[in-house]
Design a binder for this molecule. Sequence first.
Ligand code: FES
Length: 132
Amino acid sequence: MKKTHKEINEAGVYPQELMLLASEPKYYGRMNSPTSSAYIKGPCGDEMEFYLVIEDNVIKDVAFYTEGCIATRVCGSMTAGLAKGKQIGEALGISPKQVMELLEGLPVNHSHCTILAVSTLYKAIADYLLKP
Ligand code: FES
């Protein structure tokens, strides 16, 4: 019998869609000349970097970089995809819960990876807002 996403979540097993996303994550890499950027090391030791190109308060381009686990990569990719094209005020409305819901099947013991990704995005936006 096929497992539901909830059962997969509880088993700590990644669905195939998330494995594919982790193998070729969109927006993955570092940026040479971002408008702003941020780095956070999570309590688990995983690190996340976000790079933004912001023009007229719109996130025109975004990239993230991590050498963390599968969950960290897919959370970075999903967060970056949600942020691209948004006004910075809208991007600050992106939540870890939203990322968790969109990454259906993400093991619940990796929910903190959504917080790391979204927090790093917020910090990159703050870096832009606080520039003189
Ligand atoms: Fe800690 Fe992913 S395992 S951020």
